[in-house]
Design a protein around this ligand. Structure first.
Ligand code: 5AD
Ligand code: SF4
Length: 439
């Protein structure tokens, strides 16, 4: 049996593509190996969202080059957003690469592996949804479901529209059928994936349309699905019907990711986010009113070109006012081909770093404060396995998406009740209520 080794970088969309790639490779008779050096097929599923993502990957590629030199029969494949963003250049710059393909183009990898062609091949056409490939799931009880591909936004900093193409939604009945199949295999939590997940359905033909809120209701109705999450939404599409779904549908979790990016209306405009600070805060107020206990998380970029100290202070102010349960913070990174890369007033790295050093403690303090509300409460936890820090304990997640380490006797995939006794900014701790095993 031939062995493959796959390394994944980037977002959940890539993680999911990798699961499908593994499913496909297993169907082709390959087996997964743990060490890159033992593989006949060395694969990378890449990301290009920030320069740091590129840099991390290039080091790995160097090792693949060395292994290929040792044994030239090895096949080296590079898929995903970095591959798409450099396209055929990849073969000129890295001649040891045999096959390169854009995000989601997994079936093209199969085509290459099953053809007699010995010449290097690149596959970079956008082709809508890449077919119904069975995934090799990392966790038995949790699954990703890709509801759309591509993104029609034009955020000035973002490379994704150029790597993943125009938005295309999958038909709702196909998605429901997929979720039903997953539920029958024991999946209890699904995460709906889309580059702009809550603009789902706009491109569907009249007569076969469904809004994102309607899709949530259809998935909620599937027997056996206890939890629904989704990522990544855009604040402009976070309409009242979607927020209401969190309050009204039993399986839609009490967590909303609402990427802020910047707190200053001026910078939001330069970023082409299509909302300003007051409209963003209106959304937050609506969420807090309809789903009072909802966890909120966000993405923030510091040091966008032209960001002044006053602009940055507005970001700090929004973070303080909203009180996110968690936030991903990024230093702006100029990406090839994006509008922001060519803007004047690029900020020096020292300024970006200094702002980041002020943002992170505030994010952490507010997250820690928010976490305290769980102490003393009994929370529903979906068990994932042993705790990473102490194998004698268990780890799982509450509906609000916080990780919990706890004492208990449950197995992976079980829903249990855990009494929370302490909380940090990122994790909770507690113990299982043994008499209250849920569903
Ligand atoms: N520089 C820094 N952060 C970025 N993000 C996207 N593009 C860039 C960039 N060029 C961040 C955004 C997005 C998250 C996934 O990555 O915050 O929401
Ligand atoms: Fe990275 Fe964005 Fe591509 Fe995901 S969509 S792999 S985050 S560049």
């Amino acid at each position: 049996m031939k062995g493959f080794h796959l390394t994944t970088f980037g977002c959940q969309m890539n993680e999911h593509d990798s699961e499908r790639m593994k499913g496909m490779l297993v169907a082709l008779g390959y087996g997964e190996v743990q060490e890159r050096g033992d593989a006949d097929l060395i694969l990378f599923n890449t990301c290009s969202i920030r320069e740091s993502a590129d840099n991390r990957f290039i080091g790995h590629l160097g090792e693949a080059k060395r292994l290929k030199a040792e044994d030239p029969t090895r096949v080296v494949g590079v898929g995903g957003c970095w591959a798409q963003s450099v396209k055929d250049e990849v073969f000129a710059r890295f001649p040891f690469v045999d096959v390169a393909f854009g995000p989601g183009q997994i079936h093209k990898l199969a085509e290459f592996l099953t053809s007699d062609s010995l010449t290097a091949q690149g596959y970079f056409e956008f082709e809508g949804f890449p077919g119904e490939l069975p995934a090799h799931r990392a966790r038995e009880h949790q699954a990703w479901v890709q509801v759309s591909v591509g993104c029609n936004c034009v955020c000035a900093y973002c490379i994704v529209p150029s790597t993943r193409g125009r938005e295309a939604s999958r038909a709702p009945h196909k998605l429901v059928a997929e979720v039903e199949r997953l539920a029958s295999e024991g999946v209890r939590e699904v995460t709906l994936l889309g580059q702009n997940v809550n603009s789902y359905g706009r491109d569907l033909p009249v007569g076969a349309k469904a809004t994102f809120a309607e899709l949530l209701a259809m998935v909620d109705a599937v027997e056996g699905i206890e939890r629904i999450r989704y990522t990544s939404p855009h604040p402009k599409d976070m309409r009242e019907d979607v927020v209401r779904a969190h309050a009204e549908l039993a399986s839609v979790c009490e967590h909303i990711h609402l990427p802020l990016q910047a707190g200053s209306s001026r910078i939001l405009k330069a970023m082409r986010r299509t909302y300003d600070r007051p409209r963003y805060l209106d959304r937050v107020d609506m969420i807090r009113e309809i789903v009072p206990d909802c966890a909120l998380s966000t993405d923030i970029i510091v040091g966008f070109p032209g960001e002044t100290e006053e602009d940055f202070l507005e970001t700090l102010e929004v973070v303080d006012r909203v009180g996110y349960d968690s936030a991903f913070t990024f230093v702006f990174s100029a990406r090839r081909g994006t509008l922001a890369a060519d803007l004047p007033d690029q900020l020096p790295h020292s300024v970006k770093r200094e702002r980041m050093e002020r943002l992170v403690p505030l994010v952490q303090r507010r997250a820690r404060e928010r976490s305290q509300r769980f102490i003393g409460r009994d929370m529903e936890v979906l068990v994932e396995g042993a705790s990473r820090t102490d194998p004698a304990r268990l780890r799982g997640r509450i509906r609000h998406n916080k990780t919990v380490n706890f004492d208990g006797a449950a197995g992976p995939g079980e829903l249990v009740e855990v009494e929370i006794s302490s909380a940090t900014s990122t994790t909770l701790a507690g113990s299982e209520r043994l008499l209250a095993r849920l569903r």
